[in-house]
Write a protein that binds this ligand. Structure first.
Ligand code: SF4
Length: 361
């Protein structure tokens, strides 16, 4: 797994954001830090807040990364890795839902780091897509939209993809979200079933289905770009064809629909046998949902489905969706000709289960 947290020592007394540069010719911003020296134990950079010593890496390995340096904690977070297309900012750990399979179980506390995230985004690589997730980002909607607008105004090359439970949009947001810069924002919104009670049960909140639709109405009127997301579980597998009919009939305005395999982490870890669907054995409802969606012009994709576990005629819909830092392959994948196209498995996926599924293509 690619480490996202670094052990550091820094001269500064407060947290700050910096971008690491290895060549003085690359210095573009006062927040850049320049490589001073590598040694056996790590590397040292110098910047506007003084020296930063980083353990276990050489300078080139971190070149271009944007860090949030927290001297008091002795650590730095790699907020934006320059070599990655999968950078996501976790803006809060609070949430007002309690999904049965939540991969990032919510916390009660919130640390406001929006100003740091703003600084980081302004230092992002050109043409980046920056993910935002939580917790629930729209619990801090004013701060979130301020971040988006500040960054996109100053960086017209950037795009955001924001995960939200869509419990907090309303009529009052429409005018703001109609602004042209929101064309560069896509909202990833979960819908788990066409049956309100099933959706509400999965997200652990009564009335969530209804509130989500109120938000979708506002987002529709604002012309927002929406990625619908459905995590596959034993509790919604049978409803997937009906959900596809519902999406095709009622939610045609979405940009894309992602049907996603479960992650063995967070709440799902201890409920794995209860929740996990072996799609290689139970593909029929998934296939029916995909067929109906495609027939009605809905762009549908299968996320986190290893390609060899999907019937050949659906394989093109299964991209390499798992972020690079948490993706793994099985030893048996080595000769596979489609490895670069394949999601592989989450780092925490049980190997005994994954190992039996792999059939190199
Ligand atoms: S063999 Fe491995 S890399 Fe190839 S499709 Fe299967 S899981 Fe993916």
């Amino acid at each position: 797994m690619i480490p996202l947290t670094l052990q550091i020592a820094a001269e500064a007394d407060k947290a700050f954001v910096t971008r690491l540069r290895t060549d003085s010719g690359q210095l573009q911003d006062e927040m850049d830090s320049l490589l001073l020296a590598d040694d056996e134990g790590g590397t040292v950079f110098a910047g506007h807040r003084g020296l930063i010593s980083i353990d276990g890496f050489n300078g080139e390995e971190l070149a271009g990364d944007v860090l949030l340096v927290e001297p008091e904690m002795g650590r730095a977070e790699r907020l934006l890795r320059s070599q990655s297309a999968h950078n996501t900012l976790l803006v809060t750990e609070r949430c007002d839902q309690l999904c049965v399979m939540c991969s990032q179980p919510p916390k009660k506390t919130h640390v406001d780091r929006f100003d740091h995230f703003k600084d980081a985004c302004l230092l992002a690589e050109a043409d980046s897509v920056i993910g935002i997730s939580g917790g629930e980002p729209t619990l801090y909607k004013a701060e979130l939209l301020d971040l988006v607008e500040t960054v996109l105004t100053r960086r017209p090359d950037l795009t955001f993809h924001i995960l939200t439970n869509a419990q907090h949009f309303g009529h009052e947001d429409i005018a703001k979200l109609r602004a042209p810069l929101y064309d560069r924002v896509a909202w990833g919104i979960p819908l788990y079933s066409s049956v309100p009670a099933v959706h509400d049960f999965i997200v652990g909140k009564q009335g969530a289905f209804q509130r989500l639709h109120a938000s979708l109405g506002a987002l529709l009127q604002a012309g927002a770009r929406i990625e619908l997301r459905t995590v596959l579980m034993s509790s919604n597998l049978a409803d997937l064809p009906a959900l596809s009919q519902y999406v095709a009939a009622r939610l045609r305005f979405i940009e894309t629909w992602s049907v996603m395999q479960l992650e063995n982490i967070g709440f799902a870890k201890n409920r794995w046998s209860e929740l996990f669907v072996d799609h290689s054995r139970q593909f029929d409802p998934i296939g029916k949902a995909v067929d109906h969606a495609l027939l009605h012009g809905i762009d549908i994709r299968l996320f986190n489905f290893p390609r060899c576990s999907v019937p050949a005629s659906y394989r093109a819909l299964a991209p390499a969706s798992i972020s690079d830092w948490k993706r793994k392959y099985q030893p048996a994948c080595a000769p596979c000709s489609e490895r670069d196209l394949c999601s592989g498995f989450f780092e925490w996926h049980p190997d005994d289960e994954a190992g039996t599924k792999v059939t190199p293509l």
